[in-house]
Design a binder for this molecule. Structure first.
Ligand SMILES: Cc1cn([C@H]2C[C@H](O)[C@@H](COP(=O)(O)OP(=O)(O)OP(=O)(O)O)O2)c(=O)[nH]c1=O
Length: 199
């Protein structure tokens, strides 16, 4: 079986890959995440996912496959990244309140010869968030390192009134699409492994 490397510092992506039974080795591959001028959100997340995979590949023995991913929140076509401070987080939560937004997650795989990537869009609807509530949420510490300033898998779940698309993509990795892509590179997840039903 091909060795999978995960080019990510995100504990959420580690948990998601573990959830589908894929063994992997984490490699660190920080990249510049600044959007290019007028870059479309889908092109941005796909470019970053590819850059993370390529940067990670340099830290492997060259015989495996590397996964990079990127998640961003998009409101009215504008990218909402990770809030840099309390004011930014409060502004983001205010903007997202009582509205629908998209969460884009791109996944990229490379084995040094072949690279593939995919971008998955999920629509999330928030209920009304009061200013006091947003303040308390900021004080919880959760929004700081999250795209869009919230975590659907955490306390932020209380804001989510509806979701259309992939829940795991919102957390950081679209698991159905990721499993399909991994299989193309000879990295099966649990249901594709021979004899897994007997275990
Ligand atoms: C919208 C949303 C985002 N997020 C997180 C997922 C991502 O980790 C983060 C977006 O930042 P990313 O840059 O995609 O990922 P990262 O910096 O955490 O990790 P790495 O680049 O090393 O792979 O926001 C949640 O955990 N829950 C959510 O509901």
């Amino acid at each position: 079986m091909t060795q999978l490397y995960l080019a990510s510092g995100s504990p959420r992506r580690r948990e998601l890959l573990t959830q589908i039974g894929v063994p992997f080795i984490v490699v660190s591959a920080p990249i510049d995440e600044t959007p290019m001028p007028d870059e479309a959100p889908a092109a941005y997340v796909e470019r970053l996912a590819q850059a993370k995979a390529v940067a990670g590949f340099a830290h492997t023995d060259g015989a495996g496959v590397v996964l990079g991913a990127d998640t961003t929140v998009v409101l009215d076509g504008q990218i909402l990244g990770k809030p840099e401070n309390r004011e930014q987080a409060l502004a983001m939560l205010g903007d997202l309140s009582k509205r629908e937004h998209q969460v884009l997650t791109a996944v990229a795989l490379t084995d040094g010869r072949r690279s593939v990537s995919r971008c998955v869009s999920t629509t999330v609807r928030f209920r009304t968030i009061s200013f006091e509530e947003a303040l308390r949420y900021w004080d919880s510490g959760e929004p700081a390192d999250k795209a869009g300033g919230y975590a659907i898998q955490g306390l932020g779940a209380v804001f989510v009134s509806a979701i259309d698309g992939s829940y795991s993509a919102v957390v950081g990795l679209p698991l159905s699409e990721t499993a399909e892509m991994l299989e193309q590179f000879g990295v099966p997840c649990w249901q594709l492994q021979e004899g897994s039903a007997q275990r």
